[in-house]
Design a protein around this ligand. Structure first.
Ligand code: NAG
Ligand code: NAG
Ligand code: NAG
Length: 419
């Protein structure tokens, strides 16, 4: 059993001893010494926009001793990576799993991770570094709340075509991406399958198998009009002689009408009920109608069967590369292995065991925050009496705040587009 693991992980091994067949390429629980395995990139450091990580279990957790790494500064770029012995997932199942918690109530930012191949200068790892797989939640406003699953082939990133909605609360969740050698895949959140299918059909990695024949032309005599004017229909004789208006047959000459003074009396006109407007021939169904013309589908000359579409032959690094408007995202329990059952048990041992206590701690923290805010409101209320300058300076602060936020969102939009 070739399992590269370090001594700190021995107890996990004991806990999961029932699974002996799993090959674990990388497993990180962020115990002490984690920073000897992870390399912080210098990306964006010279622009002072590189954010710092905190080794912590966060403000609420199910076990204060179980730490992860958390983003700590707003409006910052984050890039960090760890290396593992290079491997290919050919003929094997690939499992990529991690847990992530957005303590900040993330309104715009990513919580995804990447697998990288080949040789990467980890000190320069950043947004432009090519990757093989990108996976995990991404949130921005109301419109983006998705789980990314991007596969790179021949330097092109391909997004999954199916929707997978991510979790948006402030608790830990486990994201799992499984790719099998028969080219099927599954995406799990908290050990529950949220999406599955076939890589061939759910990503546009290959050009389409069939295309419309570009040479084909609609035949001259193709009848695509469903209705035609009836050639038999003829204008009835005298049709055009029917007047639009006629004298009102009911009108009577007023008794006091004086022909000499008032001129000759004529009845007022009314619309002629016989008049039907200008004549148009009847429409009938076209007896030669053949339907809408469509170019025939032909085999796409660009299409080539690629049987190993699921294979990434040189996987070697796991990385986190993010832009965060608001910090507070905490990553933990990163796993790259070949056995979904092993991954499931690891999730149960960590997130599964801690989630109830974490939720209770979160509820407690929320209650405390609410109480503090209420007592602050009471203080403010008494402060505010006859104190207008305070209120003014507060508005100013809010306006000053708005700008960097807009800038940051633009930056994030840019990043979303780059994907
Ligand atoms: C790290 O996280 C802990 C727990 O939330 C917090 O008390 C501490 O202030 C954080 N440190 C930094 C540098 O952000
Ligand atoms: C990638 O490029 C190689 C070489 O041009 C080609 O043989 C292969 O089919 C391409 N793979 C995909 C998935 O497009
Ligand atoms: C995946 O999709 C391709 C193309 O539609 C098909 O040939 C293949 O049999 C599918 N594989 C599985 C396991 O469903």
């Amino acid at each position: 059993m070739a399992i590269p693991r370090n001594s700190l992980l021995v107890f996990v091994f004991v806990a999961l001893v029932s699974i002996v067949s799993a090959e674990v390429y990388f497993e990180e629980r962020f115990d002490d010494g984690w920073d000897s395995r992870w390399v912080k990139s210098d990306w964006k450091r010279d622009e002072n926009t590189a954010g710092e990580w905190n080794h912590t279990s966060g403000k609420w957790n199910g076990d204060a001793n179980d730490k992860g790494i958390q983003t700590t500064e707003d409006y910052r770029f984050y890039a960090i990576s760890a290396e593992f012995p290079e491997f290919s997932n050919k003929d094997k199942t690939l499992v990529f799993q991690f847990s992530v918690k957005h303590e900040q109530k993330l309104d715009c930012g990513g919580g995804y991770m990447k697998l990288l191949s080949g040789d990467v200068d980890q000190k320069k790892f950043g947004g432009d570094t090519p990757y093989s797989i990108m996976f995990g939640p991404d949130i921005c406003g109301y419109s983006t709340k998705k789980v990314h699953a991007i596969l790179n082939h021949n330097d092109t990133n391909h997004l999954i075509k199916k929707d997978v909605t991510c979790m948006t609360d402030q608790l830990s969740h486990v994201y799992t991406f499984i790719i099998r050698p028969d080219s099927t895949y599954s995406i799990l959140i908290d050990n529950e399958e949220k999406q599955s299918g076939n890589i061939t059909s759910d990503w546009d990695i290959l050009p389409p198998k069939k295309i419309k024949d570009p040479e084909a032309k609609k035949p001259e005599d193709w009848e695509d009009k469903e209705y035609i004017t009836d050639p038999e229909d003829k204008k009835p004789e005298g049709y055009d002689d029917i007047p639009k208006e006629i004298p009102d047959p009911e009108a009577v000459k007023p008794e006091d009408w004086n022909d000499e003074e008032d001129g000759e009396w004529t009845a007022p006109t009314i619309p002629n009920p016989e008049y039907k407007g200008p004549w148009t021939p009847k429409k009938i169904k076209n007896p030669n109608y053949k339907g809408k013309w469509k170019a025939p589908m032909i085999d796409n000359p660009e299409y080539k069967e690629v049987p190993d579409l699921y294979v990434f032959p040189k996987l070697k690094y796991v990385g986190i590369e993010l832009w965060q408007v608001k910090s507070g995202t905490l990553f933990d329990n990163v796993l790259v292995c070949d056995d979904p059952e092993y991954a499931k048990q690891l999730a149960e041992e960590t997130w599964g065991k801690q989630k109830d206590a974490e939720k209770a701690a979160f509820d407690e923290a929320e209650k405390k925050k609410e109480e503090e805010e209420n007592s602050k409101d009471d203080d403010d209320a008494s402060d505010d009496e006859g104190d207008e300058t305070d209120a003014e300076s507060e508005t100013d602060e809010k306006e000053a705040d708005a700008e960097p936020e807009e800038e940051a969102e633009k930056e994030d939009d840019k990043k979303h587009d780059e994907l």
